[in-house]
Design a binder for this molecule. Structure first.
Ligand code: HEC
Ligand code: HEC
Length: 249
């Protein structure tokens, strides 16, 4: 696939986003509060049981690559998250939640719909493709390097509040739909964390919401700074920051 196609998709996406037409109408009106963060059944469960077709996954990923980049690395400034290396369960759940309007994502919404990419099989395929991509060796990081008081404070906050779900090194738990957060971009995580704390991310896990309820903005910046600096195991990283995904040259 030519990178030019990707640029064209992105231009359309940005045009739509700026015209404000994406979320108008009945879809937005139907969005309601989600009480159960991880509903049983529906597209998510079906996609999890289907056998993925990697070839089709690559074809579907073409549209995603406009924003998440051909390498799946997103943008270091955090507009688009890194998807590469994320647990497949998490990718499927988030995609299903975005399609069902349980998680607001007006920029991506039209591109994630069945009319655009296909049904549960397409979800199974594209997430299998993404999960296998190697992660960026240079994710967006917070401002405080190791050894600074802010880094140390964030490290302690992490150990006291996050490891039970996201693991000692931010690796998450695949079976429980707990995301991998190691290697993710700082600004993206900060935005999500704030939305989860303040009730804006409607598919959030209620136990996480409770756990971070007392976090000040400073606590939030420090703990996410720490997470953004947790080293990613070498075998999960691409060989260099100049690596280009050969499937899309
Ligand atoms: C027009 C741009 C755009 C396109 C195209 C796009 N996305 Fe996204 N995607 C985003 C944005 C922006 C976010 C983050 C939204 C936020 O900050 O809450 C996102 C978030 C996600 C997430 C959640 C990540 C996480 O860590 O929770 C997944 C999964 C995802 N996208 C998958 C896909 C897939 C698969 C495709 C292709 C079918 C796709 N996206 C196409 C813009 C896009
Ligand atoms: C009780 C389990 C739990 C605890 C404790 C918890 N989280 Fe989470 N976290 C989750 C789950 C589950 C999600 C994904 C929710 C969903 O499906 O939308 C999540 C999502 C996130 C995200 C967004 C990831 C993405 O890709 O969009 C960030 C960042 C995050 N957590 C950071 C933290 C930090 C930092 C702490 C500690 C201060 C913490 N979490 C504590 C379970 C937890």
């Amino acid at each position: 696939m030519a990178r030019l196609t990707v640029v064209k998709i992105l231009a359309v996406a940005m045009g739509l986003a700026m015209s404000g037409s994406l979320f108008a109408g009945k879809d937005a009106a139907q969005a309601t509060d989600v009480k159960d963060w991880n509903v049983v059944g529906g597209e998510k469960d079906k996609a999890m049981t289907l056998k993925p077709n990697m070839e089709n996954g690559m074809d579907v990923y073409e549209v995603c690559s406009a924003c998440h980049m051909p390498e799946g690395w997103g943008m270091t400034e955090g507009t688009f998250p890194q998807l590469a290396g994320q647990h497949r369960s998490v990718l499927i759940k988030q995609l299903a939640d975005i399609r069902a309007l349980n998680r607001d994502n007006p920029t991506m919404y039209p591109f994630a719909l069945p009319e655009s990419i296909g049904d549960e099989q397409a979800m199974a395929d594209v997430t299998a493709y993404i999960e296998k991509l190697k992660m960026t060796p240079a994710n967006g990081k917070g401002e405080w390097a190791g050894g600074t008081p802010e880094f140390e404070k964030g490290k302690k906050l992490y150990a006291d509040n996050c490891t039970q779900c996201h693991g000692d090194n931010g690796e998450g738990i695949e079976d429980k739909f707990y995301p991998k957060i190691q290697g993710q971009h700082y600004r993206y995580m900060l935005r999500q964390f704030e939305w989860i704390r303040d009730g804006k991310r409607r598919n959030a896990n209620p136990d996480m919401v409770k756990q971070i309820n007392g976090f000040s903005d400073a606590d939030m910046a420090q703990v996410i700074n720490y997470v953004s600096r947790i080293p990613v195991p070498k075998e999960d990283l691409a060989p260099s920051i100049d690596w280009l995904n050969p499937d899309f040259d």
